[in-house]
Design a protein around this ligand. Sequence first.
Ligand SMILES: Cc1ncc(COP(=O)(O)O)c(C=O)c1O
Length: 422
Amino acid sequence: MFQSEDNSKLAAKNFDSQDQLKNFRERFHFPVHNGQPQLYFAGHSLGLMPKKASEYVNIELQSWAQYGVEGHFKGQNPWLPYHENITASFAKLVGAKDSEVVAMNTLTVNLHLMMVSFYKPKGERNKILIENNTFPSDKYAVDSQARFHGLDPQAVIVELKSDEDNGLSVSEQSIIETIKKLGSSLSLVMLGNCNYLSGQKFNFQKIVEAARAVGAKVGFNLAHGAGNLQMQLHDWDVDFSVWCSYKYLNSGPGGLAGAFVHEKHHLSKTLSRFEGWWGHSKDSRFQMGPQFEAIPTIEAWQLSNPPILQLASLRASMEIFDEAQISRLRKKGDHLTSYFQWLIEQNLKGVAEVITPTSRGSMLCLKLTKNPKLFMDQLIANGAIVDFREPNIIRATPAPLYNSYEDVFNLVQLMKEISNGQ
Ligand SMILES: Cc1ncc(COP(=O)(O)O)c(C=O)c1O
C-alpha cells in the first residue's frame, strides 16, 4: 500500500494536501507545548475541544442568566427538548432510527440500565459473555448485575480467551464457537467494541447472528466505537448499545453518554426497566401523576432532566460529525492508521510492535520492548500525548477528524529519536 518514498515528511504533507477532511482540524483547540500544537494522539481517551463548544455552552449560560427557570421554554434553544438536538446525529452515527437513540446519563449508568432490561437470568440461562481484558468498569458492572440477581459472578460471567499470537485478540471463529458452546446457558453477549486494550473490532453482525441462534440477547459497549466505527445497529438487530461521548465524540470531560435500544423492544410489556420522570410521556409529564406512562421510544429509559451545559458542548461536536460524516472519517481513518502502522514497521523495528489486529478502528496499541515508562516520559516531555497501560502498552490514535498525516510522521520520528537516545 505504501512505497519507500512515503517514509518522509514530504510524503506526509502530500497526503495531507489531498485529504478532503483536512480543514476539520481548524475547528478544534490543540493543547500547546513550547508554543507548538501538541502531537495529540489521545482521542480514544479524551477528544479535543471543538472551538464552538464554548460558544454553545455560553449561549445556555446566557439563557440561564436572562430567563432563569423560563429557559426551559424560552431563548434560542429551550432546554425542555434540548436533548432532541442530538438525536438525529446519534442515529446517523450508529445506524439507527431516531426513535432508537438518546443522549442521557453516563456510560456505566446506561450499561446498568440496559442490563436491567436485557439481562434476565432464568434457570440455566444465566450467563453473560464478555471480552478478555474487559474494561474494569464493565467487569464491575456485569459482576454486580449477577450478584443483584443472587448469582455468583464466578459461575455466570464467562470471558472470551485470546487465541491469537499477540495474547490479546480473539479470532471470530473462537467467539462464534464460544457462543455456540454456551448455547442455552447464554443469556447475554456484552462486548466492548473496539476492545479498549487491543483495539480489536468485533464483527457485530456475525455475533448477533450467533447469539440469536442460541436465544441470547446482544449489547455492545461502544465507548471505543462511537465516532470511530461505522455501524448499522438497527439492521444488525443489536438489542442495545451504550457509548460515552468524551472520546472520539469530543464532548468534553464527563460528557453525556448515548444509548440505543432496538425499536422492537420499545413497546414490550415483558421488559423490566428502571424509570424516572424524564421517560414519562411528554404530553402529560407535568401533570405530575403517580403512574408512569412510557414515551414509546428509547426516551422511556431516560430518568432525569439532562445537564444542558454538557449537551451544549456535545451539540457543537455532533454538528461537526454531521458535516464530516462517519463513512468519510472511517475511510480516511483506515488509511491514516495504516500509514501509522507502516511507519512504525519501517522506523521502529525492535522498539515497538503493533499488536492491534487489522480488524480495528483508528487506535493502535504498541508493545514497547525496552524501558516503556522512560519512553513514555520522554514522549510527554517532547510534546506528544499518547497513553500508557501497564506494563508496556502505548495506545495511540490518529483521529481522522483532527490529526494529520504530518502529525503521524512527526510522532514516529520522535519515537525513533527517543529510541536512538536510549
Ligand atoms: C470500554 C469502557 N467501558 C467503560 C468506561 C467507563 O465510562 P464512564 O466513566 O463514562 O462510565 C470506559 C471509559 O473509558 C471505557 O473505555
